[in-house]
Design a protein around this ligand. Sequence first.
Ligand SMILES: [Mg+2]
Length: 187
Amino acid sequence: MLLDRDGVLNAVCVDPEQGTVDSPLHPSQVKVYPWVPDALARLASLGYALAVVTNQPSSAKGKTTRKNLEDTHARVLELACAGGAVIRDSQICFHRSEDGCACRKPGTGMLEAAFAALGGSGTTKDDVWMVGDGVTDVEAGVRFGARTAFFGPRKCDACKIFESRDLVPDFWGKNLEAFVDFLEKRR
Ligand SMILES: [Mg+2]
């Protein structure tokens, strides 16, 4: 299972003065959602191998250092895995969109790499979920050939984009906990 990070495992940071939303730029800003450690442990119990695939362009944009971003990621993993789950692979794209890399979502480079790292040969891409709270997560998942889970309200800007691009997430719900509820009921 391929998990986007910000907005899935941890909260994004809102700057009320600037009106901007950003990834945490320092470990001290990391707030993992309270339901995540348990939800990840339940996913592991269901037999899913877990990886994170995340775009983190802030150091390339000069907003923080690469070291801060790496430490921030380590802090997210530490808190998210407090329930005993193991995240076996992390793919982080540090580029900006204008860098034209193959890894940045909605490109599929990180998904391919994570799939391989999880030992993808034993499973088909159709067994893989790409889980995220952004249009680019769903887009990357569809391009890769995975099933897609999207967290967000049904009436939102993302919905209009989904419609215009003919994208339909396979699961649409509130958060990771709701998604795990769905997977458990499906069994
Ligand atoms: Mg996100």
